[in-house]
Design a protein around this ligand. Sequence first.
Ligand code: SAH
Length: 277
Amino acid sequence: MRFDLITIFPRFFDTPLEYGVVPRARTAGLLQIEAHDLRAFTHDLHRTTDDRPFGGGEGMVMKLGPIYECLLALTGEPTRGQRQKSGLSQRLRVCLMSAQGPVFQQRDARRLGSYERVILICGRYEGVDERVVDYLVDEELSIGDFILSGGELPACVVMDSVARLLPGVLGHELSAENESFSAYSGTDNTGILDCPHYTRPVDFQGWTVPEVLRGGNHAEIGRWRRKQALRKTLRHRPDLLHDLKLAKTDQKLLRELEAEAEEGSSAVTSERPSEGA
Ligand code: SAH
């Protein structure tokens, strides 16, 4: 798979992609990443990529022309319409990083990973000329309800989440299957949060690892983990549960959690051990 980045700061991507699984994937030939300097697609002395907004107001807007020319150089087919007509859109996805897009989810990471090539356009200033959205890109991607000063960090976020799902990228020691937001039991729906993890020592200043994890009963461990995952989801992200058609086993665990909450025993809200415990 290949990512192309369109940016006025191509060197921005040097360091964040040097650590962990992404460079491993690149060395193994599973992933190519190239950053393209948008200024190379300008024709004026000052290599201008932005201009004042029509209608007035604060800030600058990124120009349409250089982005069009960069897409032309990279793909031969800069417009969405051309790519749909030629069939290129089945292999290539052009995305604009934008706070106005739908929020990027784990299922989008899986979806983008199915393309041979993904182009990410990084905005700056007030954003890009809206005709980029209207005519050039396939979709806008937001990484959350907050504003960053540029699309470069969001592009890194998207690349990292896509790259680690590519077959062969995560080692055997890691698996993308039981993580937070992984697909819910064979559906394309976003699943629940991950369960808590512990490692040695068993006892750190009296803070102990739950008993069940130390025994070798894998059925019991699996059930405990699932219940803890549901507990966390209920506490922090109940919205994830609303959208799911829960499996029978999960429904049962949820009822247990609700009953416990009612009894006030190990209530959903007071799951964390107190310091002295
Ligand atoms: N005026 C815009 C914000 C522009 S921020 C607005 O209010 O929506 C400048 C650039 O940073 C954007 O063009 C986009 O590429 C990037 N950016 C900022 N926040 C982002 C987010 N949450 N997700 C993705 N990209 C973002």
